[in-house]
Design a protein around this ligand. Structure first.
Ligand SMILES: [Zn+2]
Length: 199
């Protein structure tokens, strides 16, 4: 990680993005010490120019931002931190410092997809997903069919918990089937986007 701290007198801007939703949460500045502390503690820590000291986000509110990954931009003078916020980010109580809502969790689908891919490429005995891949495409496809029937059954009932459980099962096994076939979810999105554009 090569960061040029000299360009701006020891500070570089650090942009914090929600690891799940992709929303930009806040922006602050880090010096070398702040970056080191961020890496060491796993909690986003800035150098606060107004406080003139290191400032770990959440140190008073408890709304820490847990670090998922840290990257440096193309010319080494800007840091991108992907993080999981434990609560509202801004001191105003807003989800982001730009007064935006940050409620979407659909970015987790991408994390789930990479876990599924990993289970396929590095199978372990304990993994249910790996056992599905081991049984072959027919079994995976059959599972999707079973889960589809189960969600149909729950759709006719009025139990939210059971319905959401089946909806999760169907989505999960659908993603496993795509991976088993060697296709990306983006290829499905391409089909949907094309259909949408035709109208
Ligand atoms: Zn703010």
């Amino acid at each position: 990680m090569n960061i040029d701290f000299t360009k701006m007198n020891g500070l570089v801007p650090a942009i914090v993005q929600d690891a799940l939703s992709g929303k930009v949460l806040m922006q602050g500045y880090m010096n070398e010490e702040a970056l080191a502390k961020t890496k060491e503690t796993g909690m986003v820590t800035f150098f606060s120019r107004s406080k003139d000291r290191l400032w770990t986000k959440g140190e008073t509110s408890g709304n820490f931002m847990e670090v998922v990954s840290i990257a440096v931009d193309c010319d080494g003078d800007s840091i991108l931190v992907k993080a999981n916020p434990r609560g509202p980010v801004c001191h105003t109580g807003s989800d982001t410092c730009w007064d935006e809502e940050n409620t979407s969790k659909t970015g987790f689908i991408d994390q789930l997809r990479s876990i599924i891919k990993d289970r396929k490429n590095n199978p372990s005995d304990k993994s249910y997903t790996a056992s599905l891949f081991a049984k072959g495409i027919n079994k995976v496809a059959q599972k999707v069919g079973e889960e589809a029937v189960e969600i149909v059954i729950e759709a006719k009932d009025d139990n939210k918990e059971l319905f959401l459980g089946e909806a999760a099962d169907l989505l999960f096994h659908y993603l496993v089937l795509l991976e088993a076939k060697g296709y990306e979810l983006d290829e499905v999105m391409d089909v949907l986007i094309q259909r949408h554009q035709k109208k």
